[in-house]
Design a protein around this ligand. Structure first.
Ligand code: DX5
Ligand code: ZN
Length: 228
C-alpha cells in the first residue's frame, strides 16, 4: 500500500516546510498536481517549485500528475526538477502512446490517468506499457471535492484486468480520499492512495498517514472511526 499526500493541499506560503513535514510523516510518495489553466480550469505550480522542494524530501518518491494540454513540452523540465514518475491523461487521445514512450525513454516511471467521465475501456490498450493507472475519483482541477462513488466499478475493472493479464501496474485513486473512501477503494482493488485535504490539513500528518495506511491495509470501513 502506498500513501501519497498531495502537495496541492499544503500551506502554500511554506511549501518547503510542508515537503519536510511529508518527508517525516512515514508517507511513501509526494504527489504533485500540475494544472495548466487549460486542461483543467485551475493553475497550480510548475517545475521550479518541484525542483525547490525536491531536496526537502529526499526519501520520497516524486509522483508528478500532469493535468496539462501540452505535456510534450513539460516532460524534460519535470524530469530535471526531480520527478520519479510522470502521469499523463488518457483524454489526450492519439498523443498518449508517444507520451508514454517518451516518459519511459527519459528513465522515469510511467503513469496514465483517467477522468471520472471517461470510460475505463480507453486505458485498456495501454495497460502493458504503464507502471501506474490513476483512476480519478473527482473531476480534476481542485482539491477538497467529494469522492464520486460511481468511479468504484472502474477500480474493480482495472484490478480484474491486472489479474487476468498478469500485469503489475499500481492501481491508484486520486480525489476525495479520506478515512472512509480509502477503505472503499482498497476493497475495490486500489493499492495507491493520493490524498490532499484529508492528510495535509491534519496538524499531525504522521498520525494521519499511519491511520490511512492502517485502514487501507485492513480494508475495513469500520476502522474509519478510529481516532487519530
Ligand atoms: C485533483 C488532484 C488531486 C487533489 C486531491 O485535481 O488531482 O490530486 O490534490 O485533493 P483532495 O484529496 O483534497 O481531494
Ligand atoms: Zn493528482
Amino acid at each position: 500500500m502506498i500513501i501519497a499526500p498531495s502537495l496541492l493541499a499544503a500551506d502554500c506560503t511554506r511549501l518547503g516546510k510542508e515537503a519536510e513535514r511529508a518527508g517525516r510523516s512515514g508517507a511513501d510518495w509526494l504527489h504533485l498536481d500540475i494544472m495548466d489553466g487549460h486542461f483543467v480550469p485551475n493553475i497550480s505550480f510548475g517545475p521550479a517549485i518541484v525542483a525547490a522542494v525536491r531536496p526537502r524530501a529526499k526519501k520520497l518518491f516524486f509522483d508528478v500528475h500532469l493535468m496539462c494540454s501540452k505535456p510534450e513540452i513539460l516532460l524534460e523540465p519535470f524530469v530535471e526538477a526531480g520527478a520519479d514518475e510522470i502521469i499523463v491523461h488518457v483524454e489526450l487521445g492519439d498523443r498518449v502512446a508517444p507520451l508514454l514512450w517518451k516518459i519511459r525513454s527519459l528513465g522515469r516511471k510511467v503513469g496514465l490517468a483517467v477522468n471520472p467521465l471517461t470510460s475505463i475501456g480507453k486505458v485498456q490498450s495501454f495497460l502493458d506499457k504503464i507502471d501506474l493507472l490513476l483512476v480519478m475519483t473527482v473531476n480534476p482541477g481542485y482539491g477538497g471535492q467529494s469522492f464520486i462513488h460511481e468511479c468504484l466499478p472502474k477500480i474493480q475493472q482495472a484490478d480484474a484486468w491486472r489479474r487476468e493479464r498478469t500485469l503489475s501496474y499500481r492501481l491508484a485513486v486520486d480525489g476525495g480520499i479520506n478515512y472512509s473512501t480509502v477503505a472503499e477503494c482498497a476493497h475495490a482493488g486500489a493499492d495507491t492512495f493520493v490524498a490532499g485535504t484529508a492528510l495535509f490539513r491534519q496538524p499531525n500528518l504522521r498520525a494521519a498517514v499511519q491511520k490511512m495506511r492502517k485502514i487501507a491495509h485492513a480494508n475495513d470501513p469500520a476502522l474509519a472511526d478510529l481516532k487519530v
